[in-house]
Design a protein around this ligand. Structure first.
Ligand code: NAG
Ligand code: NAG
Ligand code: NAG
Ligand code: NAG
Ligand code: NAG
Length: 439
């Protein structure tokens, strides 16, 4: 109910702005790795869209590398599903200039212009300011393709172009502002054993001036998908809670949640479909490690980002943690930070903290309790609204029970997966991925 009324309110606000010729509507997208949808069919896509819609996400950014034989089939399935549902959810392209090993051709068969020409006419295509919204992952050798009057806009018509060209740096983007309508920064995980601040977002906002800013939000990051190359971890921990507060502070035009389904980087918030969609080396780290509960607070976070009042009609909690201390297994070659991106390599076990992370959305003040196994519980004072806490493992093991207690009565509770003293993976490796639950 709340979500419906807030989306009606924002639709009315958008209509009012539209009639004055200005579109200031804020939107939230989720990044879908189309290369990881090999087992999808139209009904799988319909399920994804229904779940994303229920979480108040506006559209999927369809990320695809070149060349990739999955892309034409799964893009067609995604649009067919979206059009059949016809529930207001949208799709747009995010052309990945690195993921497939080759840059996207601007024109010709299977090119950027060809995808835009075939799909921007769909009722499901995301428009902004009356133009098809388009994004990228990198592509800094192809900047000229996107110039006004350049090959793509000449062949496929004008677009609302919001690339992630983060590798240019804030000084490098300024020479290319005529080619973009907005900018997306991929810098959404901290370097080393640190929290992420939003200083980087504000630096990008300042560098792009009047162009719109798209901010990235991610719950977690553990790249386990390389069988021979680098695998690495960046700090997730409190990030999901902290980053949404940074969204409210930065107040960008768009937010992209990274990701819906990147199993190989453990940043997913969507449903698991099949091991066929998971990189082989990542399967042990992803199996039985659901992240769908990260979506539970999105209606609150997204309504707040859009400036609507979200009525908290029930007490909710979401919680996430690794299932063993980092030192309870072997690092198995995982780096802390990514040296391939020029970062200083650090011990991965210094990056992740052996803690249980949990947030509570409360109808009114209450005690929030966490209990690991049969150890004594710890209580925290929760206020009406959003609360976020963490609790170190401190060597404790067992299932984790979370409770909301008000006037001496347990008004909500849930039990999360057990923490063990050493890794439960048969390969003896530490799992740097998190398990997430909620009630
Ligand atoms: C679509 O894929 C799902 C998941 O793999 C499967 O359960 C379902 O039977 C498929 N539906 C069709 C119509 O093929
Ligand atoms: C676009 O549609 C044409 C005509 O149906 C088709 O030949 C082409 O392969 C399509 N291109 C893409 C990228 O879908
Ligand atoms: C990192 O963030 C967490 C959660 O917001 C906070 O409790 C902690 O104090 C922060 N650490 C530092 C060093 O700022
Ligand atoms: C939200 O509610 C507060 C308190 O009732 C009110 O002051 C504020 O104007 C409301 N904001 C919106 C966007 O409705
Ligand atoms: C959850 O709360 C109910 C109701 O108070 C209680 O009966 C049950 O024991 C609680 N479960 C846990 C795991 O605390």
């Amino acid at each position: 109910m709340t979500r419906l009324s807030s989306s009606l309110a924002s639709a009315a606000a958008a209509a009012a702005l539209y009639s004055s010729g200005v579109s200031a509507q804020k939107l939230v997208f989720a990044h879908v790795v189309v290369g990881d949808t090999a087992s999808h069919n139209q009904s799988t896509w319909e399920n994804d869209i229904k779940l994303a819609s229920a979480a108040a996400i506006d559209a999927f950014a369809l990320n695809g590398g070149y060349p990739d034989s999955n892309i034409p089939i799964q893009v067609a399935n995604a649009f067919a599903a979206c059009e059949a549902l016809d529930n207001g959810f949208k799709l747009f392209f995010s052309f990945d200039y690195l993921g497939g090993g080759q840059p996207w051709p601007a024109t010709g068969d299977n090119s950027v212009a060809s995808y835009l020409a075939n799909y921007t006419k769909s009722s499901c295509y995301q428009n902004y300011n009356n133009l098809p919204f388009v994004s990228t992952f990198e592509g800094t050798k192809n900047i000229d393709d996107w110039a006004p009057g350049g090959s793509i806009r000449s062949a496929a018509g004008d677009v609302y172009f919001v690339p992630d060209w983060t590798s240019l740096g804030t000084s490098g983007i300024t020479a290319h502002l005529d080619n973009i309508e907005g900018f997306f920064s991929w810098n959404m995980w901290p370097d080393g054993a640190n929290n992420l601040t939003d200083d980087g977002d504000k630096a990008w906002q300042s560098a792009i001036g009047s162009k719109s800013y798209m901010m990235g939000v991610s719950p977690w990051f553990f790249h386990s998908g390389s069988s021979s190359g680098t695998n690495w971890v960046w700090r997730g921990d409190d990030l999901w809670a902290d980053r949404w507060q940074e969204v409210f502070d930065v107040d960008p035009q768009f937010v992209e949640i990274v990701t819906w389904n990147d199993w190989g980087e453990a940043s997913y918030i969507g449903p698991f479909v099949s091991d066929n969609e998971v990189p082989t080396t990542s399967a042990p780290y992803v199996d039985n490690m659901p992240h769908e509960s990260f979506r539970d607070f999105l209606p609150y976070y997204i309504a707040t980002f859009k400036g609507s009042n979200f009525t908290i009609s029930k007490d909710q909690m979401q919680y996430w943690y690794r299932l063993a201390p980092a030192a309870g297994g072997s690092a198995c070659g995982v780096d802390g930070n990514d040296p391939d991106q020029g970062q200083t390599e650090v011990d991965p076990n210094t990056i992740v903290q052996d803690k249980v992370f949990f947030s509570a959305l409360l109808t009114s003040a209450a005690t929030v309790q966490v209990q690991i196994g049969s150890n004594s519980p710890t209580q925290f004072d929760g206020s009406q609204g959003l609360n976020h806490f963490s609790q170190p493992f401190n060597g404790q093991t067992g299932e984790v029970t979370f409770s909301i207690i008000r006037n001496g009565e347990t008004v909500g509770n849930g039990t999360g997966a057990a923490i063990t003293s050493s890794t439960s993976l048969s390969n003896g490796c530490t799992n740097y991925n998190a398990w997430a639950g909620s009630f």
